[in-house]
Design a protein around this ligand. Structure first.
Ligand SMILES: C[S@@+](CC[C@H](N)C(=O)[O-])C[C@H]1O[C@@H](n2cnc3c(N)ncnc32)[C@H](O)[C@@H]1O
Ligand SMILES: Nc1nc2[nH]cc(C(=O)O)c2c(=O)[nH]1
Ligand code: SF4
Ligand SMILES: [Mg+2]
Length: 212
């Protein structure tokens, strides 16, 4: 199949339980919860998105007609010498599970990459993902109810962390919602974690440090 990619870049994972790790990010184009157009934001199922996932015009973006071609583009960004450090790719978007498939998973593993995914949980994940981060969105069907980490953007009206705390994840994170109320959201997330120690605080450290 053809993969449509907004951008591919080397950075540090900014969020969740792998924050600080070097990773190649592959951001797929498109999402099932928002068109990505500002005029559609208020009528979208997910209205707080902080990301441009429209088109193929970002760094190293484009259309890739085979898994091998996309895997090669990702691998080319891993720093050489590649014999030091476990290679890591983070598939995100947009919604990466609309495009990530078995051939691409196999191609990345063949190049010795660990595969991490950032997903909204409305699409079932394929086999073979090494680190699955699910970030549920209020009012949408959560189909993927297990994984490595659950990262809840907080607060979201209609989505209480207590209703997610029994799901099959190894780590539970609250990530303050960025936007006009970021400072209040940060304080609310800290307060919730202090009272409910199953939850930890995930800061978007790439925004704090000014890296992509
Ligand atoms: C842009 S999304 C792409 C992956 C997938 N569509 C998802 O929602 O999980 C990447 C991560 O950023 C989070 N995110 C998006 N907008 C945010 C915001 N305004 N504040 C904090 N986190 C946000 C998402 O919840 C998700 O964990
Ligand atoms: N550095 C960095 N870390 C991230 N973790 C999740 C991101 C995403 O947009 O999915 C992201 C991102 O865009 N940049
Ligand atoms: S589901 Fe993810 S990519 Fe889609 S609009 Fe929401 S935060 Fe953005
Ligand atoms: Mg981001």
């Amino acid at each position: 199949m053809t993969y449509t990619v907004k951008e591919i870049f080397l950075t540090l994972q900014g969020e969740g339980g792998q924050a600080g790790r070097v990773a190649v990010f592959c951001r797929f184009t498109g999402c099932n919860l928002w068109s990505g157009r500002e005029q559609d934001r208020e009528s979208a199922q997910c209205r707080f998105c902080d990301t441009d996932f429209v088109g193929t015009d970002g760094d190293n973006g484009g259309r890739f007609t085979t898994a091998a071609e996309l895997a090669g583009a990702i691998n080319s960004l891993w720093p050489s010498p590649s014999d030091t450090g476990q290679k890591l790719v983070v598939f995100t978007g947009g919604e990466p599970l609309l495009q990530l498939d078995a051939p691409l998973i196999a191609a990345m593993h063949a190049l010795d990459f660990d595969i991490a995914v950032e997903s909204n949980g409305t699409v079932l994940a394929p086999e073979g993902i090494d680190w699955l981060c699910i970030s549920p969105k209020a009012g949408t069907p959560l189909l993927q109810t297990g994984g490595t980490e659950l990262k809840l953007v907080y607060p979201q009206a209609g989505l209480d962390p207590a209703d997610l705390a029994q799901l099959e994840f190894r780590q539970f994170w609250l990530q303050p919602m960025d936007g006009p109320h970021q400072a209040q959201n940060l304080q609310a997330a800290i307060s919730y974690c202090l009272a409910h120690p199953q939850w930890g605080l995930s800061l978007q450290t790439h925004k704090l440090t000014g890296i992509p």
